[in-house]
Design a binder for this molecule. Structure first.
Ligand SMILES: [Zn+2]
Length: 282
């Protein structure tokens, strides 16, 4: 290879790198491809005082008043799992907060995702330790399932949940009493796209968008990548319709009562008395 040839190759490589670098600096809002703006002169770094306090995070925006604004609470059950990280990116890019109902044994597997959920301003709720049918469980089992999950979430994030979503929507008088004593409100849902059954992104998008009304609680599962992929369109469409996205506690104005049930499953709910006998079934 001649020396001149080498010089040409290097020049081409440098030019290519400059073009790629230039394109990546385009403002995302412009939506057009053009030339990159000239780089601004770098600001002089402020001299750092020694022992400077860490920079304060920006104060969180006060939640909207859901008695005046169209609010919706997106909730995600059964995680965390690998696909939760992608969902957190989607929510962060849109500045949307949601509520995660966590399964204790998954919290122990992915404590870093639980911490990330909390740090991003999402609400954390209890969904039992092993996804147990709490409405049909003994007192001892219910207490064990709930306390282990509360402890795992507290260890991972520093917060103790005030919400329980009973797996399968299975509730009982016994569960009501225990959750009242433990300071947990029972949160069911008003929109269920059956995303665990239909692993189909378009189907989940359509089902949710068709059903949502102001004040609704949407149930999805962040353990299914097909559901996570439905979230951008659901958020973008609802935002265009003027919806504000809030956590479950925000939806109820921070006035949730421990033990009380919120939301409806949209199908007959199984209530069991202290003896475990089902009541209120058709
Ligand atoms: Zn579940």
């Amino acid at each position: 290879m001649g020396g001149l040839d080498l010089v040409r190759r290097v020049a081409v490589a440098v030019l290519a790198a400059a073009v790629c670098g230039g394109l990546s600096t385009l403002a995302p809002a412009s939506g057009k491809v053009g030339f990159a703006a000239a780089p601004r002169p770098a600001a002089k770094p402020e001299p750092k005082p020694e022992h400077a306090p860490p920079p304060k995070p920006p104060a969180p925006k006060p939640p909207p008043d859901c008695s005046r604004v169209k609010c919706v609470a997106l909730t995600f059950d059964d995680g965390p799992a690998e696909s939760t990280a992608e969902l957190l990116d989607v929510l962060a890019a849109r500045n949307v907060r949601a509520t995660f109902f966590l399964v204790g044994e998954n919290v122990v597997k992915h404590p870093e995702l639980v911490r990330r959920e909390h740090e991003a301003g999402h609400e954390l709720g209890d969904h039992s330790y092993t996804h147990a049918d709490l409405g049909n469980a003994s007192e001892k089992k219910v207490l064990d399932q709930l306390t282990r999950t509360q402890d795992a979430i507290r260890r991972a994030s520093g917060v103790t949940p005030v919400l329980l979503r009973p797996p399968y929507g299975s509730v009982s008088k016994r569960l009501t009493r225990i959750t009242r004593e433990m300071g947990l409100a029972q949160v069911l849902w008003t929109v269920d796209p059956l995303d665990w059954e239909h692993r189909d992104t378009r189907y989940v998008e359509k089902r949710v968008l068709k059903a949502v009304k102001p004040g609704y609680v949407v149930l999805m599962h962040d353990i299914h990548p097909t559901s996570v992929k439905a979230v951008p369109k659901i958020i973008d469409r609802l935002a265009a319709e003027g919806y504000a996205f809030v956590t479950v506690s925000e939806l109820y104005g921070g006035k949730l009562v421990p033990g009380k049930e919120y939301g409806q499953t949209g199908r007959p709910m199984v209530h069991r008395d202290e003896s475990g006998a089902a009541q209120g079934l058709p």
